[in-house]
Every structure is written in structure tokens, then in C-alpha cells.
Design a protein around this ligand. Structure first.
Ligand code: UGA
Length: 434
């Protein structure tokens, strides 16, 4: 069986490489010819640990190829994984125009039975639209099936998440499609959950929104801790010891960002409201997250009072460690707010600087991008931690203190032990703990 993967964004590229690693014959395709050319040479357009090595090895083995000819790729394949973007539309709903376009391409190139697999995160009921679109535009009477196989990989650990998933959800409505997908994932057959398509689609949105809710919940508790003598890390630890709650995704901080949680939460709210379901629980989750940046800014003001012309170092621009992705990252809101207040910024991130420069270009008077955290700390009135990159845990804080004009750290990710940093002589503010 030949597999096509349409779309070479985060999910598409990892899916193509991962399915090739499972031993299948895969062709990845994308309209963006320059991107395809780069990937075909073994270069990845994103920073994702381990991905480039696997890409190169499958290209060399010969069971993975890339083509900018979407039509030809569809014709040559039996199974088509649809991995195009479903970005947020103006009203919060997912913009499905790329999925619709791909459905038409598939219809026009339907030269035999094919299984069309939704891999991108899509609203429940999308498969009905895909089916309708293919039926409307197909030129042959060839048969096809639509299936849902949502992806649960995380940026930064995408390769291992794909190759060793906790679960593989397969939403199907025919035996034929089911047998094909079960075969594709034979290597992980102990982790398969087979459902109908609506269920599979909803599992993805429900999972992301639940995790987002867990994060907003712990951030709400952090707000309470800040008004009392409670310590959020111990609260999270105590809660997490209950296996019904679990310890993961209980880290309080600047809130959730990235290309998934904020968008998927809003999309699910819209889906629910369109169906007449009260979605206030998730609206609150979103609201709590939106206020994280303001609460962090208040802490910076508590330390520095007036921010105009204050020199401030920001360590960490990516929305989370091990990625160069800044989309919906708390650092964007923070930098915007600090610039509005008239602060002078020294920014550092090991991987995300180039992406951030596109949003906030270097500007001698206001924004300097630095090559190391130490360079960023030079002469600043305060240092902010925005992303918990491993290297920030290991900084020589005595050296940092010596470089700064005022030894003040505002830590949005709770990466340091308050007693340790205070012993060095820092004034230290963090989240939900004294
Ligand atoms: C998320 C899901 O975890 C994946 O399962 C899913 O496949 C993916 O979205 C997607 O839909 O494509 P990702 O956005 O890569 O993955 O990142 P996460 O590791 O889930 O982190 C999301 C955000 O939550 C980050 O901003 C992170 O800083 C924040 N977070 C996470 C917290 O603030 N506290 C925590 O305890 C955990």
C-alpha cells in the first residue's frame, strides 16, 4: 500500500517520517515547492529534536519521498493522510478551507479506492463534509472511505510521541477502512482504540481542552497561593499523588500557548455553542489563560514600579522548551506589553530568536537579540524567565548577578528554588509561591 501525506507542517512532516519509520512506502506532498525541495534534501524547516536524522535515513532507504505535485501523489496512493492546517478563523472556529481544497483535489484524482484519513485536528462532523465534497467533485465512480486518526504528538518530543504513542485512535465507518488502518499501525496494535468517526474527531478536541483546563485550574490555584501562604508546587504535588488526578500538566506558570491548545479550545467552544451546548467551563479556561500575561506584568511592576526606559532581559521566547515555535507564546504578549510601557529589551532564546525577529525586528533603541543569557543580562534592571529551557536551570547565577544592574529575577516558570536564588542575593518573584 502506498501512503500519501498531504501537508508538510509539523504534523504532516512527522507523520510522513514516522510512517516511513514503521516501514511503509510514503510520499509527502505540499503546494509549497521550495519547502518540498528543502525537505527532499533532508533539511527540516522547523527545530524538532531527532526528526532530521530519521528523515535523512528514510530518504536514503528509499521508502520516503516528497513531491510538490499533489495531484500525482494522490493518484499514486491508496491511503491519504490529510495533514493540512486548520488555523483559527475570526470567530474562533477552525478555518477549514485547506481541508476543503484537499478534498476537492482528492475527488479530482480519485483513480481507484482510497482511504482518506483526517490527521489534522478538525471539528467533529468534518468527515461528513469531506465525504460530501469528494462525492460532489469526483469524476469517476470509484469508491472511497473517510477515516479519522487524530495525532497527539507534542512539539519538542514529536518523534518519540509518534513512534511510541499512548494511544492510537481510529475512527471508521467501514470494515475495509478499519482493516487498512489497523494494518498501518500493526506495530502498536496493543494501543488501538477503534470508534466511530465523530467520536475520534471529538477525542482530539476533548483531550486538548481537558489538558488546557488542567493548566488553567492549576494557574487559578496559583493565584490563590499568592494571596495566602500556600505553595503551588506542593499543592500540585499533593494533588498529583492522587492517581485520579495525576501529576502531569499541573505546572503553574505563564499559561498555555502554542499552535494547539489556544486554538483547539476556542474551536471546541464554538462547536459546542453552535450545537446549543453551554461551554462556559471552557470559556473560563480560556479567560484564566488570557490573564496570565497581565498577572506576570503586575509582578514585574511590583519589582520595578515604572517600566519606562528600564532595561529588561527576557530569557525564553519559544512557547515551550525544545521548539523554535513562538505561536501564541506568552512571550509575544509580554514583549508587546513591555514595549508599550517603554521598556528596553534584551532577548534571548536558544532556538526561537529568528522567528521572534520576524515579529519584533531588532531595533537599536529598544530591542536587542543576544547570543547568550549572560549577554542578555548585561546591565539590566530585571531578568525574566519565560520558557523553561534546560540551559536556564544551569545558569551561573552568581555570574548573572554580577552582570545585572539590579539583581531582580521574575520567573514565570518556577525554575529556581527561591531560597537558593535569594541566598545569592537576588530579589526573586515566581508563580504561586513566596
Ligand atoms: C499539545 C498536546 O499536548 C498534544 O498531545 C497535541 O497533539 C498537540 O497539542 C496538538 O494538538 O497538536 P503542544 O502544543 O506541542 O502539544 O505542547 P504541550 O507540551 O502540550 O504544551 C502546551 C502548552 O501548555 C505550553 O505552552 C506549555 O508551556 C503549557 N503547559 C504545559 C503548562 O503551562 N503547564 C503544564 O503543566 C504543561
Amino acid at each position: 500500500m502506498k501512503i500519501a501525506v498531504i501537508g508538510t507542517g509539523y504534523v504532516g512532516l512527522v507523520t510522513a517520517v514516522g510512517l516511513a519509520e514503521f516501514g511503509h512506502n510514503v510520499i509527502g506532498t505540499d503546494k509549497m515547492a521550495d519547502k518540498i525541495e528543502k525537505i527532499s534534501r533532508g533539511e527540516i524547516p522547523i527545530y524538532e529534536p531527532g526528526l532530521e536524522v530519521l528523515l535523512k535515513s528514510s530518504l536514503k532507504k528509499g521508502n520516503l519521498a516528497f513531491s510538490a505535485d499533489v495531484n500525482e501523489t494522490i493518484q499514486a496512493s491508496d491511503i491519504i493522510f490529510v495533514c493540512v492546517g486548520t488555523p483559527q478563523g475570526d470567530d474562533g472556529s477552525a478555518d477549514m478551507s485547506q481541508i476543503e481544497e484537499v478534498s476537492r483535489f482528492i475527488a479530482e484524482n480519485l483513480n481507484g479506492y482510497k482511504v482518506v484519513v483526517e490527521k489534522s485536528t478538525v471539528p467533529v462532523k468534518t468527515s461528513s463534509w469531506i465525504k460530501r465534497t469528494i462525492s460532489l467533485y469526483k469524476k469517476s465512480d470509484m469508491d472511497f472511505d473517510v477515516a479519522s486518526n487524530p495525532e497527539f504528538l507534542r512539539e519538542g518530543s514529536a518523534v518519540s510521541d509518534f513512534l511510541n504513542p499512548d494511544r492510537i485512535i481510529i475512527g471508521v465507518e467501514t470494515e475495509r477502512a478499519r482493516d487498512i488502518l489497523v494494518k498501518i499501525y500493526e506495530r502498536a496494535k496493543d494501543r488501538l482504540l477503534i470508534t466511530n468517526i465523530d467520536t475520534a474527531e471529538l477525542i482530539k478536541h476533548a483531550s486538548n481542552s481537558f489538558l488546557a483546563m488542567k493548566i488553567s485550574y492549576i494557574n487559578l490555584m496559583a493565584n490563590l497561593c499568592e494571596k495566602t501562604d500556600a505553595n503551588i508546587e506542593q499543592v500540585a504535588k499533593g494533588m498529583g499523588l492522587d492517581p485520579r488526578i495525576g501529576s502531569l500538566f499541573l505546572k503553574a506558570g505563564l499559561g498555555f500557548g502554542g499552535s494547539c491548545f489556544p486554538k483547539d479550545l476556542k474551536a471546541l467552544i464554538k462547536i459546542g455553542e453552535d450545537l446549543g451546548v453551554n461551554m462556559n467551563l471552557l470559556k473560563e479556561t480560556d479567560r484564566i489563560n488570557a490573564e496570565r500575561a497581565r498577572i506576570f506584568l503586575e509582578k514585574i511592576k511590583k519589582a520595578l514600579w515604572i517600566l519606562k526606559d528600564k532595561r529588561i532581559a527576557v530569557l525564553g521566547l519559544a512557547f515551550k522548551p525544545d521548539t523554535d515555535d513562538i505561536r501564541e507564546g506568552p512571550s509575544i504578549r509580554l514583549i508587546t506589553d513591555l514595549l508599550d510601557e517603554g521598556a528596553v529589551l534584551r532577548l534571548y532564546d536558544p532556538e526561537a530568536q529568528n522567528n521572534m525577529k520576524e515579529l519584533f525586528p531588532e531595533d537599536k533603541a529598544r530591542i536587542t537579540y543576544c547570543r547568550t543569557p549572560y549577554e542578555a543580562a548585561a546591565g539590566v534592571n530585571a531578568l525574566l524567565i519565560c520558557t523553561e529551557w534546560r540551559e536556564f536551570f544551569e545558569l551561573d547565577l552568581k555570574k548573572i548577578k554580577g552582570l545585572m544592574a539590579n539583581p531582580i529575577i521574575v520567573d514565570g516558570r518556577n525554575i529556581y528554588n527561591p531560597d537558593d536564588v535569594r541566598k545569592i542575593g537576588f530579589e526573586y518573584y515566581s508563580v504561586g509561591r513566596k
